[in-house]
Design a protein around this ligand. Structure first.
Ligand SMILES: Cc1cc2nc3c(=O)[nH]c(=O)nc-3n(C[C@H](O)[C@H](O)[C@H](O)COP(=O)(O)OP(=O)(O)OC[C@H]3O[C@@H](n4cnc5c(N)ncnc54)[C@H](O)[C@@H]3O)c2cc1C
Length: 338
């Protein structure tokens, strides 16, 4: 059986960034990806400035950049704007292409068409091969087989719904309306040749069938009549990253923010941190990493206010007034984007 010091299951942002980080330190690493291509992932493709600055995602591979987010809060409109762009949209295939090239150039081996079907304490089986390892990184997304092997339950998930329309829209838009979308929001993310409309919620908070009805009614307001809904769960149930010689990163580890749904940055960062821990077992997790976990906690506490409905309603209602002040507006942008 071929041996690799580290095997990574999944070539999404988390797995590819972990692979690049390990390979750059001359560590022997194999990535197993079930698909034949990179970036085949249902996603709105929204990035923030921190992806560009910290992970050096080239702006040239992004579809669009925005210096403003239009917030539609019930019927009030507020703009979270600044002089420079801080929001971007990207095709996941382009992001996958870029990250896989970087990982390969650093020396990682990536086997596509390799679906992992079973795991043991120090070996994995794909439909074709057996491999042994010292460390295993589960970067295999929301339905992670590694998480199942570790018997870590997933109790917090978002159900998503998204449609693509060829109609072009100008604004990067976030719509908040607790009656339509519960504690969550709906998005309008313009790409180069199309626009993605979507929403998500956790059924603990809001009924999925109600959300679906409201989503279609909302789309009608924009004359978006496409009926092909794309959907994939988001796991935001974080229960730890390291379990002896196993790691769970990205969505396998529940790193996505349960309120904003931001998962790409959290996936890249957790992939990098797991790799650093393998390179140096005494590595202390970075402040950036601790910050995403704190943000997740904060946002999920905020979501809980929905259980006391008038409170979240009031907080959202205050948001347009809060955004009127320039300093407070920069604080919000800084909190989410930097
Ligand atoms: C509708 C929707 C909209 C979203 N919008 C945004 C957004 O705008 N911005 C943002 O930051 N985040 C967004 N997210 C979240 C984001 O897509 C994820 O958090 C992110 O992709 C997680 O990256 P990952 O590397 O952990 O997992 P993934 O990107 O899911 O990659 C996992 C990889 O593992 C592979 N794999 C799975 N099982 C196996 C197996 N058994 N064997 C081999 N390979 C396997 C898969 O094929 C896949 O390539 C959105 C999610 C959804 C569903």
């Amino acid at each position: 059986m071929p041996y690799f010091e580290t095997i990574i299951i999944g070539a999404g942002p988390a797995g590819l960034f972990a692979a690049k980080t390990l390979a750059k330190q001359k560590k022997q690493v194999l990535v197993l990806e079930k698909n034949s291509e990179f970036g085949k992932k249902i996603c709105a493709g929204g990035l923030t400035q921190k992806d560009i600055d910290y992970f050096k995602i080239p702006i040239s591979i992004c579809d669009q950049s925005f210096n403003s987010a239009k917030l539609v809060i019930f019927k009030k409109i507020a703009y979270l704007n600044q002089n420079e762009p801080y929001l971007y949209t990207i095709e996941r295939e382009k992001l996958g292409g870029h990250l896989s090239e970087q990982a390969k150039q650093a020396g990682a081996i990536i086997n596509t068409n390799s679906n992992v079907i079973s795991i043991k304490n120090n070996s994995v089986n794909t439909d074709k091969e057996h491999y042994t390892f010292k460390y295993l990184i589960g970067a295999d997304g929301a339905n992670s087989i590694v998480r199942k092997f570790l018997r870590i339950p997933t109790n917090k998930t978002l159900t998503t719904m998204q449609v693509r329309t060829n109609k072009l829209f100008k604004d990067f838009e976030i719509q908040i309306n607790t009656k339509l979308f519960g504690p969550h929001y709906a998005w309008i993310f313009p790409h180069k040749n199309h626009t993605r409309f979507g929403t998500a919620t956790d059924q603990q908070y809001f009924s999925i069938s109600k959300l679906r009805n409201n989503f279609f009614l909302w789309l009608k307001k924009y004359n978006v009549t496409e009926k092909d809904i794309e959907s994939f769960p988001i796991n935001y149930d974080f229960k730890g990253m390291q379990f002896n010689n196993f790691f769970l990163v990205g969505e396998a580890g529940g790193f996505t923010n349960g309120l904003t749904g931001e998962g790409i940055y959290n996936a890249l960062l957790s992939g990098q941190e797991a790799a650093k821990k393998i390179i140096d077992p005494n590595y202390n997790y970075s402040i950036r990493f601790k910050r995403i976990l704190e943000q997740k906690k904060f946002c999920e506490k905020f979501m809980n206010f929905y259980k006391i409905r008038p409170l979240i309603y009031l907080l959202y209602k205050l948001l347009p007034f809060y955004c009127k002040n320039k300093n407070r507006k920069s604080k919000i942008i800084n909190y989410f984007a930097n």
